[in-house]
Unconditional design. Structure first.
Length: 392
């Protein structure tokens, strides 16, 4: 296999014009919200208290109307309504799979659209969140990677996806209550559209909001960030977010990974694994998840399984084996169930957990690697996709 796919797409990015009018409070950190209130005339000595009150209404109880914030004076509520808004992404379509998976297509500023997926499981519910419109990377097995990068999402557009899902699930506590019993949305995975570590600051700020104890209250262990291997930002993730880490690994040699995950040409397996060995120590993370998509005849041999075990030696890890979710024009085929089982057994016998991820939401194109917003979706032939990925 020759390695000709670009590391990142050839994209001409335009400076983003900020929306005119009142400022959106969604996505502001506590510090940024405090500064915004002071700029609108709130006294500095009162600003921290006001932030706490507004924060509780927005992130604790899901309130979007200042008029409902009854522990604030009517005059102050009117001032807030004049200077600020509380806006989240607009739901364009909502699909529900036969297995209960929900997929939302949401519209953000500029008319762009991204997809969010909610996956219900016994005892937990996971929300797969997007960080970019399109993707910076060109992983050849990923449908999202065939869509050009449009722009990074703001912190408000990222955390707004969580609020969209909680609205739909009806999961806000009653006003005055601290918690909701039996959480339906218990986990967040940054595994939707985009490479989170190419949008680090916005992802960090959004996840800090999700982890805030006075709002959504998700523990850092309930948040997993998935990266293709942006090595310089891995240490920052440990220090500034401290969440669980997942790596889109997918190959056991540089030759194959250069093809599947072209960012490997910039930070190869040796450099990536060195960064991963330090991560659990810095972030107090229990273990790193290695995501490994099973591609027929490409990366699914017994030799690959044995090499994988050798590569990750010394890293607290589990390996998620992902049966390839095919999409129209995909240049690969899913490994057979017998091949996946044999691969999994080699890893398990070496002492690592090696669950095979059950495909979810395939009937609504909501499975791993299938996300691609409808308005940005381009209908390409298999031959075109193979040529762009350097496979033909």
């Amino acid at each position: 296999m020759s390695a000709t796919a670009p590391i990142t797409q050839d994209v001409h990015t335009m400076p983003r014009k900020l929306p005119e009018g009142p400022q959106n409070l969604i996505g502001l950190t506590r510090e940024a919200m405090r500064d915004a209130l002071i700029a609108q005339g709130v006294l500095e000595k009162q600003a921290k208290m006001r932030v706490g009150q507004i924060w509780q209404w927005i992130y604790g109880w899901g309130v979007r109307d200042f008029a409902e914030m009854t522990n604030l004076s009517k005059a102050f509520r009117a001032e807030l309504a004049e200077n600020f808004v509380i806006e989240i992404p607009e739901v364009v379509t909502r699909q529900v799979s036969e297995d209960g998976t929900r997929k939302y297509l949401v519209r953000i500023a500029g008319g762009h659209e991204v997809e969010i997926v909610y996956i219900p499981e016994e005892g937990r519910g996971t929300l797969c969140v997007s960080s970019q419109v399109g993707c910076t990377l060109t992983c050849s097995f990923c449908h999202t990677g065939t869509q050009k990068l449009v722009r990074n999402l703001t912190a408000g557009e990222i955390i707004g996806q969580v609020l969209v899902a909680r609205d739909d699930l009806g999961e806000w506590p009653e006003i005055g209550a601290k918690h909701v019993e039996g959480r339906l949305l218990s986990n967040i995975v940054l595994m939707g559209m985009g490479e989170p570590l190419y949008n680090f600051e916005n992802v960090r700020d959004a996840m800090k909001i999700a982890m805030d104890p006075e709002g959504i209250q998700l523990s850092r262990r309930r948040i997993t960030l998935s990266t293709s291997g942006v090595v310089p930002e891995i240490a920052r993730t440990a220090e500034e977010i401290g969440c669980q880490l997942a790596i889109s690994f997918h190959a056991t040699t540089d030759e194959v990974r250069d093809k599947l995950v072209p960012i490997n040409k910039k930070w190869n397996l040796e450099v990536l694994l060195e960064a991963l060995r330090a991560y659990p120590k810095v972030s107090n993370s229990e273990r790193i998840t290695f995501e490994y998509v099973m591609l027929h005849g490409v990366n699914d041999s017994d030799e690959d399984a044995h090499r994988l075990v050798e590569l990750i030696k010394g890293i607290p890890a589990k390996i998620n084996l992902i049966p390839f979710n095919e999409w129209p024009g995909a240049p690969y085929k899913r490994s057979s169930n017998n091949r996946i089982r044999a691969f999994s057994e080699i890893i398990y016998n070496a002492g690592y957990a090696s669950p095979v991820r059950k495909p979810r939401g395939e009937d609504i194109m909501a499975a791993c690697g299938q996300l691609k917003s409808a308005t940005e979706r381009s209908r390409k032939s298999r031959k075109q996709i193979e040529a762009e990925a350097g496979l033909s």
